[in-house]
Design a protein around this ligand. Structure first.
Ligand code: GCW
Length: 743
């Protein structure tokens, strides 16, 4: 059940003026559907009796709470099709798994709950292969059966996170095998199999070899000690700090969800860091969190405040070359690793938006990052140094924000310690609805680069708008940096295909909170899901990912599912149309980034009586020169510059003819209108799902779409009314602008 307050708060329409966490009343009303650690332990001792109990309890939850969104994409509801149901029952009739380690116990529990739920039964654990339909899981080390497989060399080649899933004969019986050289490979293989079962893929004749394309797949929480999540747009942090006890079952379910999509690390706190996270008392809690996450292959990281030696350590400087500072960080690293031996490392935002950093002490970014790297290196930890830098002391071109990170950092290529990565936002400004790729991706071949995307929708509709980000991230991943000629995509840079890298990775700013459905907007869950899938394999398709998610989330008829996927695939482009079309950017207000405020963003859109857009070419800021020549030439030439980035790179006259033959002004207006029309049309399509998907989910999204429509109209009205004061041209036919306050 969704809260009545939701209807009340939504009834009034536009959310522009409100800041309501409408799902939060529902939080903690219902228990999680998984077991607590206490129950897990008992299941290990008495599997059968407790499994029966668990299944009974699970069914109850299924009926009572099926659609509150808590279970994310791991619903494990019974397979509706009877032929498929009986096939899965026969194929996965029993489980043979080596147990003893927390990871293997987690795998066993997940499969028993997952396959048990999907096939409406209890899955016995067996010790030998003496009949058909056994699922055998193991590594060559813990299972003689796996060690004796003729293709064991192939498994070894996949690495400890990789796995093989095969349908084979073992002792003359038809079985399914999940084999890996590592426990995490067993875990990821098990989640892969569960996904296959859930999404209706074949479960026979399996011959799958899989391994992640990127080594580090991290969530970045921007959570604070008081539980607040700046730019979170839903509930509070799922981490609590003593004396408040940790919600262990929720943290465990978070770990399950992340492991199911291959995420293997999490930064617990905001990059605008508080030094107190490094305090002994807080580290104890970090240790507790790490213990819950560890079986699921998730390492914890912390955002480190560069000035901690002063704030926490009582020193009078945080100069990275000062010997006391060096000793401080070494001791801090020793202290952390004594508690958390597999601690991942530090994420650092330095000399940006007021944060301290090495430039504060007239040192370089490399000095700062390497000093921290040296402190962590003996323990195997890494430093992830963000390139979102804003500090004039770093030098660089004036007046073009898109060039700052490049100007300040690309010269350090090859100067970072081997355990330092640079974390680079997808675009050169700041998670805007559409940006070209960040030029650093083509400019630092000797430095491991971690891509940073924002899952939380700070600039893409907060918790109120349906915007699937899978397509946006694919656009970024497929962008051509021309670093080694045409075809040098960001994906290849990240995967180390162009210049081999020891460290590779992708980070996503998390949209997870303590509200019942985790992310506020039901479709925001899809962005969490898509991030994990793309971090595992940036080559996956956005539509395939959407299809998987829709199937596991809505469980409807094929036609409805196809329509939902279509909505998702169109949603980002529509959003860009009604907020920042043709390469416009940064038109939002401050501090709320949800509302339009183009009049305060003259520096970004540069509207005047001649035209619109920021000239970054040789006649303007020259920011375009940060790109490698192939990309620069493409963007610089009006004939080849993609129209969806035109106003990003050029100041374009209002009457400039676009590819369509229309003037830029007319096309701009039509974009705003088409974005609004899309929401209008989508509302109608969504209303048609009444009765075909879960009623609560249907109603909630319908209400959110009503808000989205009003707010899209508001963006159109405000932006076009404002731009018309410069263009002095009439709106083309079918563009319905209603003048409003607010620009
Ligand atoms: O988009 C901006 C956000 C800041 C954030 C910053 C960053 C954590 O508005 O809140 O700070 O990006 O990425 O550091």
């Amino acid at each position: 059940m969704l809260p009545n307050r939701l209807a009340a708060s939504l009834a009034a329409g536009s959310a522009m003026a409100k800041k309501t966490n409408f799902l939060s009343v529902n939080q903690k009303q219902m228990p999680p559907h998984t077991t607590s650690s206490h129950k897990t332990k008992r299941i290990m001792i008495l599997p059968t009796s407790f499994l029966i109990l668990l299944m009974a309890v699970g069914c109850q939850f299924t009926q009572a709470y099926a659609d509150d969104g808590y279970r994310l994409w791991m619903r494990y509801d019974p397979i509706p099709d009877s032929a498929r149901l009986s096939q899965c029952r026969n194929t996965f009739a029993a489980l043979l798994i080596a147990t003893g380690s927390p990871t293997e116990d987690a795998i066993k529990n997940e499969l028993l709950i997952g396959i048990g739920g999907l096939t409406k039964g209890t899955i016995p654990l067996v010790n030998s292969v003496d009949h058909d339909g056994i699922l055998v899981i193991g590594t060559p080390q813990n299972s003689p059966l796996i060690a004796s497989l003729p293709w064991v060399k192939e498994i070894e080649a996949l690495g400890p996170e990789g796995y093989s899933i095969r349908s084979i004969k073992m002792n003359g019986h038809a079985v399914t095998v999940i084999a890996s050289t590592g426990k995490l490979g067993e875990l990821y293989g098990s989640f892969d199999l569960l996904r296959r079962i859930q999404t209706g893929l074949s479960v026979t004749d399996l011959a799958i070899n899989e391994q992640p394309k990127l080594k580090l797949r991290l969530l970045n929480h921007w959570d604070n000690l008081n539980g607040k999540i700046p730019n979170g747009y839903s509930g509070k942090s799922i981490w609590t700090w003593s004396p408040t006890p940790l919600d262990e079952s929720r943290v465990r379910d978070y770990a399950r969800a992340n492991a199911s999509i291959g995420i293997n690390g999490t930064v617990l706190n905001d990059v605008n860091a508080n030094s107190l996270y490094l305090d002994a008392k807080k580290l104890k809690r970090v240790q507790e969190i790490a213990k819950i996450l560890r079986p699921y292959g998730i390492r914890v990281y912390l955002s480190a405040k560069f000035s901690a030696p002063v704030v926490l350590g009582g020193l009078n400087t945080a100069d990275p070359l000062d010997s006391n500072v060096i000793v401080y960080w070494k001791k801090k690293a020793d202290e952390i690793y004594a508690l958390i031996p597999d601690f991942g490392g530090f994420l650092v935002k330095a000399n940006s938006e007021g944060q301290p950093g090495p430039l504060t002490y007239h040192r370089t970014h490399a000095d700062g990052a390497n000093m921290l790297g040296n402190a962590l290196a003996p323990h195997g930890g890494i430093v992830i140094w963000r390139t979102f830098v804003y500090d004039k002391r770093g030098g660089g071109r004036d007046g073009d924000r898109t060039a700052q990170a490049y100007d300040q950092l690309h010269g350090f290529d090859g100067h970072f310690a081997s355990n330092v990565m640079l974390q680079v936002k997808n675009g050169p400004i700041d998670f805007q609805p559409r940006e070209p790729f960040n030029p650093l991706f083509g400019a630092m071949p000797k430095t491991p680069l971690m891509a940073e995307v924002q899952i939380v929708q700070e600039y893409t509709g907060e918790g109120k708008m349906l915007v699937y980000l899978g397509t946006m991230w694919k656009e970024f991943l497929q962008a051509d940096t021309f670093a080694q000629g045409p075809g040098s995509t960001v994906t290849k840079v990240l995967e180390g295909q162009l210049s081999p890298q020891k460290l590779t990775g992708m980070a996503g700013v998390a949209n997870v909170s303590d509200i019942r459905n985790w992310c506020e907007h039901p479709f925001a869950q899809a962005n969490w899901y898509a991030f994990g899938r793309l971090a595992w394999n940036p080559e996956l398709g956005a539509e395939d990912i959407a299809r998987e998610w829709v199937h596991m989330t809505f469980k409807s008829d094929t036609e409805t599912e196809q329509k939902i996927v279509k909505i998702m695939m169109e949603s980002h482009e529509a959003f860009v149309s009604y907020e920042t079309p043709i390469g416009l950017t940064h038109l939002m207000g401050h501090p709320s980034h949800y509302v339009p405020k183009p009049s305060s963003r003259m520096l970004y859109h540069c509207a005047d009586k001649i035209g619109l857009g920021f000239d970054r070419t040789s006649t303007g800021s020259t920011g375009i020169d940060c790109y490698q020549s192939g990309a620069r030439d493409l963007f610089a030439n009006l004939k080849t510059c993609p129209e969806n980035l035109l106003l990003w790179f050029h100041h374009i006259p209002w009457d400039h003819r676009m590819a369509s033959g229309k003037t830029m002004w007319d096309e701009l207006c039509l974009h705003y209108q088409s974005g609004v029309n899309w929401v209008h049309q989508t509302r109608k399509v969504w209303d048609g799902f009444s009765g075909t998907i879960d009623p609560e989910q249907q109603r909630l999204v319908a209400q959110l779409l009503a808000i989205q429509e009003k707010d899209a109209e508001h963006w159109r009205n405000v932006c076009l009314t404002y731009f018309q004061t410069f263009s002095k041209r009439p709106y083309p036919d079918h563009v319905k602008v209603i003048p409003e306050e607010g620009h």
